[in-house]
Design a protein around this ligand. Sequence first.
Ligand SMILES: [Zn+2]
Length: 659
Amino acid sequence: MADNPFFAPSTLPYQLPPFAQIREEHYLPAFERGMADQLQEVAAIANNPEPATFANTVEALERSGQILKRTSIVFFSIASSDATDGIRAIETEISPKLTKHRDAIHLDRALYARIKQVTTEDPEEAWLLEKYRVDFVRAGAELSEEEQERLKALNEELSTLSTTFSQNLLTASTASALVTEDRTELDGLAESTLQAIHKDGKYVLPLLNFTNQPALAELTDRETRRKLYELSVGRAPENFELAVRMATLRAERAALLGYPNHAAYTVADQTAKTTEAVEELLAKLVGPTMANARREAEALSEQAGFAIEPWDWSFYAEKVRKARYDFDSSELHPYFELDRVLKDGIFHAATELYGITFADRTDLIGYHPDVRVYEVFDTDGAPLGLFLFDPYARPTKRGGAWMNNLVDQSHLFGELPVVMNNLNVTKPAEGPTLLTFYEVSTAFHEFGHALHGLFSDVRFPRVSGTEVPRDFVEYPSQVNEMWATWPSVLANFARHHETGEPVPDELLEKMRAAEKFNQGFTTLEYLAATLLDWAWHKLAPGEDVKDAEAFEAAALERAGVAFPLVRPRYRTNYFAHIFSDGVGGYSAGYYSYIWSEVLDADSVEWFKENGGLRRENGDHFRSRLLSVGGSKDAMDAFRDFRGRDPRIEPLLERRGLLT
Ligand SMILES: [Zn+2]
């Protein structure tokens, strides 16, 4: 095991993990040694006979656990992107042990006592010190021994449940796929899609992670649509029971820590701070959103000539788009070729705005042949970091799109960032990869997170890049979406993959005109998911839920968003954001997207007021907001950038919710 690649820092450029050398059998020994080493380091800090100082306590903690960090980062990245059976078995074994390990540190009384003794005059140090203190309190450092024992048991069970929940989902995406040998049932799907899903004489259409499967917009056979929809909403039914158990345990944990429910516990260290603040925002959106969705439903039924069912919504929405705006979104696909979107769109916008440049590093490799590696250079040509891009769906990859760090930027270690983006684009059997507009927009979004990581310019890894409150982290990524439709950017990347022709102006105008249509649906399915998450996590301690599906229905009814034609974007049984921690732990936090969007829409206004895609604007956003990461109060950073507090009106306007 001397050759375990996790035991020493990577010698590759930017400390890119040495994927070529990493094998499955390296993980468990590296986790074990990483945890043992860190416990020793922590014991040395806790038992240090010298008086507690920032350097010998907080900074020493920042420096501890390097093997564990290297191992965890690679392992969980692969557990999301390429979870073979071997990886899944390791995840099941290691997750509860990691939870135990974190508890052992957070509940170390001698260590916590030292943290409380540290004082410092330096603002960056003081900010980090306070973060550590709050982390420890929130993890139970001030509880009695007996309460801490109960807390540990709760955390361990929650960790196991969340692993099982996400593994059930991964299995369900293919186990509940729509399978048919009859091609006519799939009429309406593009030829390239049919080729990509045709295997061993069968067509297998896997489920994407949300309710409304994109194929519903294209399938002409109503019965197939119904089948696909029911497979989607009914997948992984065993997860209902897990969800109830998790919500119950979280309520009990919140009570132990002195909060009335898990939602209150969760938002306390977010920018929202109180459940009332979240509810106030959501309440503003419910009425206008429902009115919008009802209006849209009427238009769709009118178009269909009968009262539509939920599986008809997307199909007739496309028809209304055609009839009302003469716009067919599939006409755009030939103009959105993956490579051009990335290089001439996403990278191009970043070069125009921030002056950074990109180079292929085909000499460096990821964990899968589809992963591409790019080196990023700053305005003066100095190295800035590495960007890895893994665009394609595969049976071993979880649904959705996300960014993660492989190396955190920090001055403490003198390390530059290595960040990556994952998408779930279907890989064509042959020929170019053509994207939908939604996929284009998602790619810009994820790159916004990547920029947040790449521009990080902070001293400590704990507050590097995207290490900001969860209800703030979506904000910079949402802002980056604006460049996908910015005229000069769009003109640069949206070219026909065969002829090189730009998108006809007329088609673009139609796209813009059609943009607000179906916003009622989009906002409602999001809002319903948010309120469902909220209901599960406002459960009072000891409250008993007998039937998860009945709870779900009642929660939507009570929140005023029950509408049979528009189900939540995620139902309880596949709400990975809130029930599988690996996905990012959005429990009582799905509201973050709309919360962040208030800041996003207000910032987009700022860019427009100031001339849009200009270096000065990019530099301002970078220096005030992106580069500070989590090294100061998030809302202070926003005010530094915007010059005032956020306003909600731009969001309402964008979502068509101004009455
Ligand atoms: Zn995001």
